[in-house]
Every structure is written in C-alpha cells, then in structure tokens.
Design a binder for this molecule. Sequence first.
Ligand code: HEM
Length: 450
Amino acid sequence: MTAANAQQRSATIRFVSGGREPGGHFAEFCAHPAHFLMRAYRECGELAEFDQGGILTVLMVGPEAHEAIFRAPDEQLSAALAYQYMVPIFGEGVQYGAPLAIERQQLRMHSQGLRAERMTYYAPIIAREAADWISGWGEHGQMDFYESFADLTIKTSTHCLLGAEFRYTLTDEFARIYHDLGAAVDASGTVDHTVQKAAYARRDEARAELGELIIARVRERRAAGEQHDDLLSVYMNSTYQDGTPLSESQIAGMVVWFMFAGHHTSANTAAWTLVELARHPQFCAEIVQEVDGLWADDPELGFRTLRKMPLLDGFVREILRAHPPLNTLSRRVVQDFHYKGHCIEAGKNIMFSPWVAHRLPEHFPDPERFDPHRPEPENKFAYIPFGGGSRKCVGNAFAILQVKRIICELLHHYQFELDGPADTYQEIMPSLILRPSDPCVLRYQRRAPS
Ligand code: HEM
C-alpha cells in the first residue's frame, strides 16, 4: 500500500449498538443525552458513531480529541451549522444567524462587556439582588432552589444587561416572555427545528415581543442621550471593523444571546452548588469560615475579594466537573476531518461531552466521588465545562463571579439542609441543560449571630 492510499483509508469507527428503529439512536439520546453518550463511550471508546435522527454523528472523547476539535477552524468544523436550531431564538443577523466574520466581531463585543474591570460594576449589582432576595426569607423555611435561582438570575442578568430602570419596571414581563422562548428549546429541536409545534409558534411570538421590549429601551436611551455602564450600552456603542454600528434588531439579538448563554447555565450551577454544600457539611463548614473571614474585612465582598477564595473556587470548579450544565457540544463537519487515522466525512456531526470527559478516571481519579480539593488535571483539555479554543465561553468569569457572590450571601446569613434523601437529587435534562431533579427543595435556617 502506498503512503497516499494509507492516508485515504480510514480506520473504522465503531457504531453504537441499537438504534435500528426509525430515528436511529435519537430517542435514547433525547431521553438523557449524557447517559447515552457515556454508554456510547463505554462501548466504543474514544470515537463512537451513532445515528442522531438521520444525522450520522461521531462522539469524540478525551483531551487529545478535544484539542483536535478546538484547533480545527470554523470553516472545517462549523458550530453555526450544528446549532442552527438556536437561530429562531437569537434571531437572524446575530451569532449562528450571521456570517462567520460578523459573528466573530459580535463575540468580541460580548467579551468587551465582560472584561475584568467591568466585573467591579457587576459584582455590587449581583450582591444587591441577592441581599434583596433573602431579605424576605425570615428565620427558616424551605424552597425549590432551582426555580428560585432561575428567578434570581433573570433579575441579576437583566440588571447587569439592561440597567436598573428596566430591571425594576419590566423584569416580570421580560421573564414571562423569556420563559416562553426557552420552553421551545429541547433536544428534539436539535434535529428538526422547523417542525411546527405549538411551542415553536409561541417561541416566535415571544422572540418578536422580546425584541420590541429591548428596542423600545434602546430608542428611549437614544432619545434621552443617556449613557450607562451596563452591557446594553456596550452593544449600543459597539461598531464593526468597518465602523458600522449594530442595528437595533442585532442589539436585541445580542441581549437575547447573552441571556440565553448565561441564565440557565448559571442558575443550574448555583443550584448544584447549594445541593452539594448541603450534601457535604464538612466542606460547607470550611467554606463558611472562608466567607466569614473575608466578609469581616470587606463587607461589600467586591470583585477583588471574591478572587481570594480558594476553597469556594475549588468547590465551584468541582461542581462544573461533576455537573457541567452544557454536557453535549456539537460541530458540523464541513471539510473531511482526520483524526488518528480516521476520517470523519463532511456532512456528519461531531459531538463532545464535558459530562463524559469529566468522568474519565485517568484524568479524574475516582470520578464519582465529589472532591472540591481534587487537583486540576495535567492536561488542560481534560476539563472543559466552558468548552475551549476560539469558541470558549466568553462569560465564564461573569458566571463564576455571579455564582460565588450569590452563594456567599446565602452562606453568610443562612445554613441549608437537603429536604429529601441525598440520592433523590438526580441530574435530569428536560431541555438542553443538565439540571437537578424537580423539585429541588432545601430547608434553610438563619445562622445564629457569632
Ligand atoms: C456556569 C455557567 C456557564 C457555562 C457552564 C457555560 C458553558 C459554555 C460552553 C461549554 C460554551 C462553548 C460552546 C461550544 O463550544 O459549542 C460556551 C460558549 C459561550 N458562552 Fe457560556 N457558559 C456559562 C455561562 C455563560 C455566561 C454567564 C455568559 C454570558 C455572560 C456566556 C456566554 C457565552 C457565549 C457568548 C458563548 C459563545 C457561543 C459561541 O461561540 O457560539 N456563558 N459557554
């Protein structure tokens, strides 16, 4: 065999068992994507092929595979084509509904609004929202913390994004419409997002209403000549490389994109953090001590103080290892992709999964054990809750800031207990986010003054 022949000939990628019925493995995938992908990995190893409702998809697992994906250009592995089902949510002209060159510039605009120095502006907003939230709790009680964190992070996000006035006058309306928009996102839409389900009709109506609400705010600000420090102002003042500003509908799209990328992911992380703190009283006691110590020096617990919390940092890092909210990431192969002698042909999908990756014992010994003191893996591509490469999450610092600041407020004033047996708090996936099972109830009790 010549060298050229050897290169052309791909080694065979194993096909996941089952999936013979129409739709292939799609029903099993939708039932619990993370569990299906783990089965695929256990059965087939680093590369596993399956039928995702007519789209042949290759799951790639492990740091070497992740690095190869992150290093491939968008022109070869396209996120936009894999995530077209998000276009009706964010709108045409932004992100995956815009040409790649435009999307890249829009991503830079998001990054500009999330730079470290801007965090000093967001931290007190988050602190105030968290303090207002707990001010009505009383001495003790219980609540569904997934739902409550989802409500709270709508408030923090709209406040940081759209300013205090919007937050205090329009958040309820925004939250209602935003809920209808989100209700249309589930795993089944990843294959055909055009089918006319009732939820999709409501989604389109909700997207139009949300756009109108945001554009009305943009016009009011322009008419009044107002300048603010929030993200909306960043989008309103941003220009593309050729000097053109974002259109009004693109500004609305940027707001919705930001909300969607950061809202449920952060609410989910906060909920898991509280559940695992309640499950592990010893780790919780260490963190309470860390929080109280810093609080004594800086009662504002500002951005700089929040950066000095190694124990809470380690805890949140372990939360994102064990419960990565985005557990299934995809790319569409546009040009044949070669990996370790295999060829994944154009037209197929590639998937990679933080959930599966974070359970590889060679990188995370005893992976089912929750251990916030776990050392970071040697290979940086082993730990990927925020993805990697040019598409790595631009909101990671904001997300961690938000979760930490909220948790500090809670731990400084209250102690928490699970309401049911520890093993009833399971991971479920009714949408594209892996969340704690419903209801996620914890009991709380005000701490005695020290
Ligand atoms: C714990 C919370 C969060 C997690 C786990 C998370 C995770 C991720 C992941 C895995 C990606 C890469 C997707 C891919 O490669 O296909 C991503 C991208 C992104 N995230 Fe986050 N994220 C979080 C919070 C946020 C927040 C708060 C924001 C906004 C402030 C945000 C904005 C974005 C944006 C704009 C992208 C880029 C999307 C793209 O390139 O198409 N994320 N995030």
